[in-house]
Design a protein around this ligand. Structure first.
Ligand code: CA
Length: 625
């Protein structure tokens, strides 16, 4: 034996034959019953069954009638810690690629509601050859299985599990990538199919590099509007009881899984939320990147986010009860959304002057009383009458007595920096009890931002604000409403300019934001590779994509280029003066003058010294040549 080997290595060689038993484990074969008879193009319960996976014959195979969420495995009789899995593709043309994203799982419940991944295969197979992978999972499982990737009929020729009998522990679980793995197992593996019906099951989250696990009862349904049409579905998960999740501040039942299908960088929402934090919005929803597995199928890279709702550590306003029908109790809290989709909702109204469609999010549609409905719709009618009034901009008598311009401007600026076409397609607002003023926020939904919309492509080239461009989307009347407040009121314009100056000076810079992009690209690297294996759309135009650059890296670079140009555009349009002077130099025909940083004019600038270079009305700090 080689004397240079450390003891641990020798020990592992000695014990390896015990841990990695030569013989694969045996047990009762379990799996999807309804199989597919290729010869007669029909379903069968006797041909191509799961038994073929364990007969040692590379020519016999397992194939199911259903194309997805089908599986086969073993009931081992008692828990085993699994050390290795092996598989062989079916001997046919498509066999080798049908095993890509095949998932191995372990469970201790016969219904697999507690199933967790133990290995995800990402490689093509070879006909006639077993492939093996070591499994790194310390929990013991009585039930083990292979779940075929989507649309594969679970086609496989051979399947093997290796390990030893043990209960094991949860000290080292399998996490698919560096990101937390969110696993949803539903009763009878039913797939969520709409926004109304919640499918019950277990929600499991493995995090902290496989050392933490949360396993709770809950449910899942689809969510969202436009994003629901894509094959990678957005979901809402709901725990049976309020739950802390990862490092999110809120303890809550409802959480969202955002699909980011049209956003090939997978980070646009997160970047916009960072901007909102920097601009100082009152509540910015929590979000973090995760990998998602549904009933054993790898579904891609998602964003786990707060549900936008009234809750502690979320939107913190008074939650109304059906008893709050008069006096101060009737004045709040209300959470509403100026919403292009309001007409599809149950609890909504339209304002009389601007025809703003407004969905009432809280109180809930099944709890709101007539008095409350009337109060908030009358409130908006009164507000917009003040906005329309000729004395609207009067700080005392105008709309400001009912409307918070600061949060409205913050919300707009986040959307402008993020180049979001949808700024006024959906706008959240909230009103507190006993406070006559309504506030805007939170920001939400930026998949079309950062120049990701063919209708407004190269949005930084548009004149003025993006939201005011005729090709940007807006809920009925909202653009006119915003126009009146943001562009017709000199006071608001001055407030916007002052806020822009302040946030820019306080670190909202293109360099900072591009740094966030680089940071997330690194964090997402392993997960984005799997995501685009599952959804090979990098060269396709999806949603409103203006371009399809074919690689993740190119999409990320595109966002960074956009950030550079968007800041220049906004600095120029709103007016930003770095160190008290404009950062841009556009008066090219004016004579050039140099000043010291203290503002003293210099007639003969020295080479390599720092000066303020002034040209007409514009100036910037430069090293002289
Ligand atoms: Ca076989």
């Amino acid at each position: 034996m080689n004397q240079c080997l450390p003891f641990a290595a020798i020990a592992s060689m000695l014990f390896a034959p015990m841990l990695y038993a030569d013989e694969p484990l045996t047990g009762t074969v379990i799996g999807t019953q309804l199989c597919y008879d290729y010869e007669h193009y029909r379903q069968s319960i006797s041909i191509n069954t799961a038994k073929n996976l364990f007969d040692g014959d590379p020519e016999t195979f397992f194939a199911t009638y259903e194309r997805s969420y089908t599986w086969a495995g073993l009931d081992l009789g008692e828990p085993h810690v699994i050390t290795r899995v092996g598989w062989m593709p079916r001997n046919d043309t498509n066999g080798p690629k049908r095993v890509v994203l095949g998932m191995f799982q372990g469970a201790n419940r016969e219904d697999f509601l507690d199933a967790v991944p133990i290995f995800l295969n990402t490689q093509k197979g070879t006909v006639g050859q077993m492939d093996y992978a070591d499994v790194d999972c310390s929990r013991g499982f009585r039930y083990v299985r292979y779940v075929g990737p989507s649309d594969s009929r679970c086609n496989l020729a051979e399947l093997e599990f290796y390990g030893y009998p043990a209960e094991g522990d949860d000290s080292a679980l399998y996490q698919i990538t560096n990101l937390p793995t969110v696993i949803v197992n539903t009763v009878d593996a039913e797939e969520p199919y709409d926004k109304e019906h919640e499918i019950s099951g277990n929600i499991i989250i493995i995090s902290d590099n496989g050392t933490s696990i949360l396993d709770k009862e809950g449910g899942i349904r689809e969510r969202g509007n436009g994003s629901r049409v894509f094959p990678k579905k957005p979901w809402r998960i709901k725990f049976s009881k309020k739950q802390n999740v990862l490092d999110a501040p809120a303890k809550a039942k409802k959480w969202t899984l955002i699909n980011n299908y049209g956003d090939k960088t997978l980070m646009r929402n997160k970047l916009a939320f960072d901007i909102a934090e920097k601009i100082g919005m009152e509540w910015v929803p929590y979000c973090t990147f995760v990998d998602v597995v549904l009933n054993g199928e790898y579904k891609g890279c998602y964003q786990l986010c707060d549900q936008v709702e009234v809750n502690e550590c979320r939107l913190e306003i008074e939650e109304m009860t059906p008893e709050d029908n008069e006096g101060e109790a009737l004045t709040g809290g209300y959470f509403v959304e100026v919403d292009a989709y309001a007409y599809d909702e149950e609890s909504w109204f339209e304002t009389p002057k601007y025809y703003l469609p407004i969905t009432i999010k809280s109180p809930d549609e099944d709890e709101i009383t007539d008095e409350q409905y009337e109060y908030i719709s009358d409130y908006f009618a009164e507000l917009e009458a003040l906005v329309k009034d000729k004395n609207f901009s009067d700080p005392e008598a105008g709309y400001r007595q009912m409307f918070d311009t600061r949060s409205f401007i913050q919300h707009m600026l986040v959307n402008e920096v993020a180049g979001n076409t949808d700024c006024y397609w959906s706008t959240y607002m909230y009103k507190r009890r006993g406070n006559p003023i309504i506030y805007t926020g939170p920001v939400w939904d930026f998949d079309l931002g950062f120049d990701n919309d063919n209708r407004t492509y190269h949005s930084y080239n548009k004149k003025g604000y993006l939201w005011n461009n005729s090709t940007a989307s807006s809920a009925t009347g909202m653009r006119s409403f915003a126009n009146r407040i943001l562009l017709s009121d000199a006071g608001t314009k001055a407030e916007t300019k002052a806020m822009w100056q302040e946030v820019r000076d306080n670190g909202l810079t293109p360099e900072w934001l591009k740094g966030q992009v680089d940071k997330y690209a690194e964090e997402l690297d392993a997960s984005q590779q799997l995501n685009f294996m599952r959804w090979p759309i990098l060269s396709s135009y999806v949603h409103q994509n203006p371009v399809a650059l074919g690689s993740y890296e190119a999409e990320v670079k595109r966002v960074k280029d956009f950030i550079e140009k968007e800041f220049a555009h906004l600095d120029d349009y709103i007016g930003y003066e770095a160190n008290g002077i404009s950062s841009t130099l556009t008066d090219e025909n004016a004579p050039v003058e140099y000043y010291t940083i203290q503002g003293i004019k210099v007639l003969n600038p020295q080479q390599g010294q720092l000066y303020i270079k002034r040209q007409g009305r514009k100036a910037r700090v430069v090293f002289s040549l």
